[in-house]
Design a protein. Structure first.
Lengths: 501, 92
């Protein structure tokens, strides 16, 4: 497995990271970006979508100006208007470019932490070139302190590269699920190309060629490219390591593997046909092998095409069209205020990063344990501390503790994607579902745990722990790990645990 | 001789720019086709442009009122499978 690189320099020996950790990405520090060239690190280290610590401080938003699409994906349903679902490709209201600019400036003035504006749908931004580029053009001029991003399926990308290079575009994300037309035909039923709907392998082949060509053209222009892939078990899961190799060799700086979201109620092909998504273990294995040393996207929340706020939260309701119409925004004044706040955040982040680095250094000096790695779940609402009651957690962050240190692995939702009754068809309670979502974890750290969940967690082999309330996550995870090691709990592998967790 | 857009339309804009006759416009509650302008693409393209990019089965009808993209033709979901899944969801 090759490391993410900007050019074709071979990966240094010993860094063929697969599964466990290699020295540079581990320890209790967030140095996931150390292998990046300075020019790229500069651009992404404060980007909420790329930086695990930055996403607690900086917010992002998407404006839904791009409704049209030029392809069909089997994980997407083009009836995109839904208030309750949280997944890509879904929005509540479409915006004109003018409304999008107003909304962006209203959000930037109200939430000064908002630094990144993306256009991600609900269709394909580049299949709506006029609406997308008008929005970018105006924001580059009127709100120059906001970074712009765009994501695309790639079909229309080669024709858009020139225009993209003219704006304040921070980076482009291409969703590449395959480089093999046979596999592509199982993911993309059709594309619209040169005035025709083209189905099957033929359509997939054209899409793949356009994606690869677009990727090469962006790199040649010096624009940062991230590649997203949706992991679809039995369809492209075995193939994504090859995708990773190809896109990195062409210069993509990051490959982000996301799990398929497929539920029958979404009305998608995969949902209705019963295609399953990956288990957390399968996802983690593949992410480890594709991200190499840079687990920069593990906190990815696969957000809606009109999300507003910090990752994992959505404040879109505060900025509906009728509400922004009434707001009177003085953007010059707002920019001054934003600058001051950004500097303060930067200082806080720098000091926390330094603190972590110091602790990681101390950890290295301590005698090294030889115990096996353990997964732990953490309930937090941000700021890097354990501060949420077990029963109130909407999601859990999963950390791996090992003799190398502590690393963030992923987040898992505690409630279902769609709201509804407290019981689902099988009569499982929300509590049972939550405990099932924590499968593979051996401890759960939260500010408090109630009596009923306590017993159920213990019965499920997950040790509840409320002793580290308000402590920094990494410190607490490491402390619990050391307690487990001292108690001799890590000498044998528990039944069913992954060999390389 | 004209196609028509019915209320299944999700207002995605995809058809509007591909129409060779500028016959499609944004309207409420959904996009509409001006029957005076629509040529069914005759002389321009061998296939209906709007119906070739439209992602919604049944949303565009030909001049006989028949869906150009019938159920299952675009998503690949067999209609009986879709009905089954929806019935199952209703039952809960």
């Amino acid at each position: 497995m090759q490391l993410p690189v900007l050019n074709n320099t071979p990966s240094p020996a010993g860094h063929e990271a697969k599964g466990g950790c290699s020295a540079s990405s581990c320890g209790t520090t967030d140095n996931q970006m150390d292998t990046l060239p300075d020019s790229i690190r500069e651009k992404v280290q404060n980007h909420p979508c790329y930086s695990e610590d930055a996403h607690h401080y900086f917010a992002r938003m998407h404006v839904a100006v791009a409704p049209a699409c030029n392809i069909q994906c089997h994980y997407c349903n083009r009836k995109y208007d839904c208030a309750n679902e949280s997944r890509p490709g879904v929005v509540s209201e479409l915006l004109t470019p003018d409304q999008a600019v107003k909304k962006t400036m209203a959000v930037a003035a109200t939430i000064p932490q908002m630094t990144v504006l993306g256009i991600a749908g609900p269709g394909d931004p580049l299949a709506n070139p006029e609406r997308t580029f008008e929005t970018f053009r105006r924001l580059s001029e009127e709100a120059p302190d906001i970074k712009l991003c765009v994501s695309t399926n790639g079909l229309a990308l080669p024709d858009a590269v020139e225009e993209l290079s003219k704006h304040n575009i921070d980076h482009v994300t291409i969703t590449i699920n395959t480089v093999d037309p046979e596999i592509g035909a199982k993911i993309y039923p059709w594309i619209f190309w040169k005035n025709k709907r083209i189905k099957g392998v033929k359509g997939a082949k054209i899409l793949i060629e356009q994606q690869q060509k677009g990727l090469e053209m962006l790199i040649a222009k010096g624009i940062l490219v991230k590649v997203n892939s949706v992991m679809i078990p039995g369809v492209n899961d075995q193939h994504l390591a090859e995708v990773s190799r190809v896109v990195k060799s062409k210069g993509a700086f990051l490959h982000n593997v996301m799990p398929l979201i497929a539920e029958a109620e979404h009305g998608t092909f995969y949902g209705v046909m019963g295609q399953r998504g990956p288990t957390p273990d399968e996802l983690q294995d593949l992410q480890d092998s594709c991200s190499g040393d840079m687990n920069m996207m593990r906190h990815c929340r696969q957000c809606r095409a009109d999300a507003v706020g910090l990752l994992g939260e959505d404040r879109g309701d505060e900025f509906t069209l009728d509400k922004i119409e009434e707001m009177d925004i003085d953007y010059q004044a707002a920019m001054e205020k934003r600058k001051v706040i950004h500097q303060a955040i930067q200082e806080e982040m720098d000091s926390k990063r330094l603190e972590k680095a110091v602790k990681a250094e101390q950890h290295k000096q301590e005698p090294k344990l030889t115990t096996r790695p353990v997964l732990m779940a953490v309930a937090t609402s941000g700021q890097g501390v354990i501060n949420v009651h077990f029963g109130h957690a909407k999601e859990f962050l999963i950390y791996e503790a090992s003799p190398e240190g502590v690393r963030f692995i992923s987040h898992r939702k505690a409630d279902q994607y769609c709201g509804g009754d407290s019981t689902c068809g099988d009569g499982e309670s929300v509590l049972q579902l939550t405990i099932r979502a924590l499968a593979g974890c051996e401890a759960v750290l939260c500010s408090k745990v109630g009596y009923e969940p306590w017993e159920m967690l213990e019965a499920a082999g997950i040790a509840p722990n409320g002793e580290h309330a308000l402590e920094p996550i990494e410190d607490a995870v490491l402390a619990v790990y050391k307690e487990m090691a001292a108690a001799g709990k890590l000498d044998d592998k528990p039944e069913g645990l992954r060999a390389n967790a | 001789m004209a196609v028509s857009i019915i209320d299944l339309c999700v207002n995605c804009f995809a058809c509007e720019p591909v129409c060779p006759s500028n016959a499609i416009s944004e309207a409420k509650p959904h996009f509409s086709v001006d029957p005076k302008k629509c040529t069914e693409c005759e002389g321009d393209f061998p296939v209906f442009q709007c119906a070739s990019i439209c992602p919604i089965e049944g949303a565009i009808l030909d001049s006989f009122g028949i869906a150009i993209n019938p159920p299952g033709s675009l998503t690949g979901i067999p209609p009986e499978k879709m009905a089954e899944a929806m019935a199952e969801l209703q039952a809960h």
